[in-house]
Design a protein. Structure first.
Length: 157
């Protein structure tokens, strides 16, 4: 079960449990200060929330249950060490994901073990480095594509 699903269920369950208790106790004030929607940094990085972007890159690691999983794992680690880290030394996140799509030519469903790399960066100058990552992975593996999604992000440290 995905961690996000467990967290969502836990929040929903705590809400269901808390609502009846709140309904019974009318003697307490229910006016709490509204949380601020503004993003704020800590004392060392105040107000660092603007002009950031979130890049997501989806890398296929071979068919689910495929025999080439060990080979892809070695290529993946080398790729992180030799291509991703030098271009984004300030940091990134890697998540295991399962990809799926329908092949155009046969109409069959293709499933891949995949990695999602999330990179938060300031400004717009990183696009070349992101495209270089896509090219490097395709050259290493012979894959046809690496999905890239870039969206504005508000961040706070």
């Amino acid at each position: 079960m995905p961690a996000g699903f467990r967290l969502t269920c836990a929040v929903a369950l705590s809400t269901v449990i808390a609502l009846p208790a709140m309904a019974r106790d009318t003697s307490r004030s229910t006016t709490a200060p509204a949380p601020s929607a503004a993003m704020h940094g800590d004392a060392k990085r105040p107000a660092q929330a603007s002009h950031w972007q979130r890049a997501e890159l989806y890398f296929g690691l071979g068919r689910t249950g495929g025999a080439d999983a060990a080979d892809y794992a070695q290529r993946w680690q080398a790729f992180l060490d030799e291509d991703v880290t030098p271009r984004f030394p300030d940091g990134f996140s890697v998540l295991d994901v399962q990809g799926q799509w329908k092949k155009r030519d046969t109409g069959t469903i293709e499933r891949l073990n995949s990695k999602l790399v999330v990179i938060l960066f300031h400004g717009t100058r990183q696009r070349r480095a992101l495209d270089a990552l896509r090219t490097a992975w395709k050259q290493r593996t012979g894959d046809e594509s690496v999905l890239l999604s870039i969206t504005p992000a508000q961040v706070s440290f």
